[in-house]
Design a protein around this ligand. Structure first.
Ligand SMILES: CCCCCCCCCC/C=C\CCCC(=O)SCCNC(=O)CCNC(=O)[C@H](O)C(C)(C)COP(=O)(O)OP(=O)(O)OC[C@H]1O[C@@H](n2cnc3c(N)ncnc32)[C@H](O)[C@@H]1OP(=O)(O)O
Ligand SMILES: Cc1cc2nc3c(=O)[nH]c(=O)nc-3n(C[C@H](O)[C@H](O)[C@H](O)COP(=O)(O)OP(=O)(O)OC[C@H]3O[C@@H](n4cnc5c(N)ncnc54)[C@H](O)[C@@H]3O)c2cc1C
Length: 647
């Protein structure tokens, strides 16, 4: 399928745009008569639960969950991600149920455990989340304090939260929604530590929903965004669970307390790799949504004149507006192509691991970390740019740009804080450099690090730019290795040398990510474009070209340091960039229309297909409860006495 065909015909579109009678979005009871901004914190949550139940009942009715079709395939189709944007401006309270609870069982449970628990979870008979982070630790997993002590006399695990900082803190849906969860806890058997293991724990009575004895639950309070996700806290007071509740696909605990280690202790972290891979595609969706809103609004909004003799122009005709927004279209496509490529890498490595081959897990971990970071970092920044590009109306909740920013920026922190994950990829790059320097073969995505050929003459072509980014990455990695080696030779410990080099390591890791993304975007579009009409192929290649030139101009300093790019090349690149803006401008609206995001999914006064921006802004304004009466009671209660000197 061609690239844009993929956009328009992705499986989720068959679900979302299917004939009316089966169209989830045609059920208007899913939508709010009163904008949720005017609800209280508690009402927002209760309304989200109301819509969640409706939404999942319709999903179960309309979506063809083929028995055996894994949640991974369904989530990959993305329809849940997009359709849920229609029903919930923020994520639903059950985001973690599908996003991590089910994948954790699928990835960490034995076949028997999967058979029993996946069925109940997918039928929504039980609702779950993934509880790893604690009040005191999120990044440093080895520092997590929740314990699971095995008692062979009763064949049970005793879960306990020894300190306030050991309280599980953040898991979505944990506060009041779910009744089960996968808890990551430090396993101890007869006083011996066996690392972090996953446990499937019932938290609430299935009939009364009351917390079970020894389980303390609550929600963590108001946040920047995701106000309906019901992030909560959880503490255990010597809470006992049966032995068969440890998810034992990788490591096992036998009845007598014998611990059987899995092929790698890091397999317990597998759910995080899966989610990082999924997040890249989620970012592509958020970017498509924000770009559609901002580009359509920029085609409707007329402001000021380019020539005094002419009427006010579309703000999209300002080259500065094109500079702000056309990269957003390209970015969405870049991350959706990279997401599919990364998903294929992920499923390939998972398949190899099923047959015991762990060789490619480190490369997958490094790729998942780096692409999760760059996609969340770029999209957060560009969604905010879309908001700013819409002026005052972009600041309205009814534009849906502030909510979209909240969804994007949250992903910079969850599933691995971005700096920490870039350092993980840097760890892989330094190891690759050291390995390659000994003549050992490197993984496909890191092999370029060993290109010792002389720096070639710079070329202002896609090949030239991609090769340039690889030179930057290799050069940065080499500088990091040299600095670390130099510090160690001066007597600094490796760990301190690593820390003192960490700013450069993060930059090297980002450079590597950009080299991977540019190369993947370019090759995936070239492959897809072959099946497309020449005009469509041309505009997609223009977007790839724009994306590569944009990032070359954004990273000029690095290119000047590590390649032979010269001043005249830079002048030419800048001109290429401006020419591309001019070429793409006529197709800008058509390109965002090709994302095919229905009005219900955009949920935006500025981005609706009919362009009735001003009428929609006024319609939304009149929904404010304050507009129900001409004089608010506070005038008589406070202002009038105050203004008359009586308060
Ligand atoms: C719109 C966007 C969304 C779209 C839809 C999304 C749908 C999904 C819904 C869910 C969304 C949100 C909910 C968020 C849920 C969470 O946040 S869950 C909690 C997430 N927490 C983390 O990610 C913690 C981050 N910390 C870590 O991963 C580790 O602590 C860290 C890697 C930072 C360090 O681990 P250490 O134990 O200190 O290990 P090191 O010594 O650094 O490394 C040891 C070796 O292990 C390898 N490693 C580390 N992690 C992994 C892994 N995950 N998989 C495989 N291998 C791993 C590492 O490379 C080292 O290997 P080496 O020794 O170099 O060979
Ligand atoms: C919206 C949202 C939803 C979430 N949902 C869940 C969930 O469902 N389940 C769950 O288990 N967790 C969840 N989390 C928690 C999330 O996974 C953690 O917040 C994340 O892993 C970061 O850990 P932390 O908050 O402890 O930050 P820290 O790790 O304390 O980071 C704070 C700062 O310290 C820096 N830092 C930390 N370690 C290092 C290091 N080694 N080197 C350099 N710098 C470092 C970081 O870069 C950062 O700048 C969620 C978080 C958010 C925001």
């Amino acid at each position: 399928m061609g690239l844009v065909d993929q956009l328009v015909n992705q499986p989720h579109y068959t679900l979302v745009n299917q004939p009316r009678e089966n169209d989830i979005l045609s059920h208007k009871e899913l939508f709010d008569s009163i904008p949720e901004e005017y609800l209280s914190h508690k009402e927002k949550y209760e309304n989200a639960i109301r819509k969640t139940v409706l939404y999942y009942r319709l999903m179960q009715k309309y979506q063809n969950y083929k028995e055996g079709s894994t949640i991974l395939d369904e989530t990959r189709a993305n329809y849940r991600n997009l359709v849920s944007f229609a029903v919930f401006k923020d994520y639903p309270p059950l985001m973690l149920h599908n996003g991590m609870f089910i994948p954790a069982i699928a990835g960490q449970g034995t076949p028997e455990q999967q058979k029993h628990w996946l069925k109940r979870a997918k039928n929504m008979e039980i609702l779950g989340t993934y509880a790893q982070t604690e009040l005191g630790h999120g990044t440093f997993i080895r520092g997590l304090e929740t314990t699971a002590e095995y008692d062979p006399s009763t064949e049970e695990f005793v879960l306990h939260s020894p300190t306030l900082t050991s309280y599980k803190w953040w898991p979505g849906g944990l506060g009041h929604t779910v009744n089960y969860c996968v808890v990551m806890a430090q396993l101890y058997i007869r006083g011996r530590h066996h690392g972090m293991q996953p446990f499937l724990v019932q938290l609430r009575d299935e009939a009364t929903h009351m917390p079970l004895p020894g389980v303390k639950l609550g929600e963590i309070g108001a946040k920047l965004g995701l106000s309906t996700v019901n992030n909560g806290f959880l503490a255990f007071e010597h809470h006992r669970i049966p032995r068969d509740r440890m998810l034992m696909k990788n490591a096992q605990v036998l009845k007598d307390g014998t611990f059987v280690a899995g092929p790698s202790s890091k397999l317990a972290y597998g759910t995080m790799i899966y989610v990082r891979v999924i997040i890249v595609n989620g970012m592509a969706n958020l970017m498509a949504k924000a770009a559609t809103i901002a580009v359509r609004y920029s085609a409707v909004r007329r402001q000021s004149q380019i020539k005094p003799s002419e009427p006010e122009c579309q703000i999209l005709d300002y080259v500065t507006q094109q500079h702000k927004l056309l990269i957003c279209i390209a970015t969405s496509l870049a991350f959706s192509t990279c997401a599919r490529w990364l998903w294929d890498v992920y499923t390939g490595v998972m398949g190899q691991m099923e047959s015991g081959n762990m060789d490619h897990l480190p490369e997958l971990h490094a790729l998942a970390c780096s692409l999760k970071v760059v996609s969340t970092m770029d999209v957060s920044g560009l969604v905010e740019r879309c908001r700013l590009a819409c002026g005052g109306h972009g600041f309205m909740h009814s534009s849906n740009l502030p909510y979209t920013y909240g969804l994007a920026t949250a992903a910079c922190t969850y599933e691995g804080e971005n700096t920490v994950l870039l350092l993980q990829t840097a760890r892989s790059l330094v190891k690759a450099w050291q390995k390659g320097s000994k003549g050992k073969p490197l993984s496909p995505t890191e092999a370029y690090l060993m290109d010792k050929s002389p720096v070639p003459k710079w070329e202002n072509t896609l090949d030239g730019i991609i090769a340039g980014f690889r030179r930057v990455s290799a050069g940065k990695v080499q500088d990091c290795v040299s600095k670390i080696d130099k510090l160690v030779k001066m007597g600094t410990s490796y760990e301190d040398a690593w820390n003192q080099t960490s700013v450069r390591l993060v930059a090297a890791s980002e450079a590597h990510s950009r080299a991977v993304i540019l190369a993947t975007f370019r090759s995936e579009v070239s492959r897809a474009a072959a099946a497309l009409s020449p005009p469509l192929s041309r505009v997609l290649h223009q977007l790839v070209h724009l994306y590569c030139v944009y990032w070359a101009l954004e990273r000029l300093g690095d290119l000047l340091l590590y390649t032979s790019i010269a001043e005249r090349d830079v002048q030419e690149l800048q001109q290429q960039y401006e020419d591309l803006l001019q070429k793409i401008r006529p197709n800008a609206v058509g390109l965002v229309d090709a994302f095919d995001l229905r009005d219900e999914i955009l949920n935006s006064t500025l981005g609706a297909y009919d362009g009735r921006v001003y009428e929609r802004l006024m319609e939304e304004a009149l929904k404010s409860p304050l507009n129900a009466e001409p004089v608010n009671q506070s005038f008589h209660q406070y202002l009038k006495p105050f203004m008359h000197g009586k308060l």
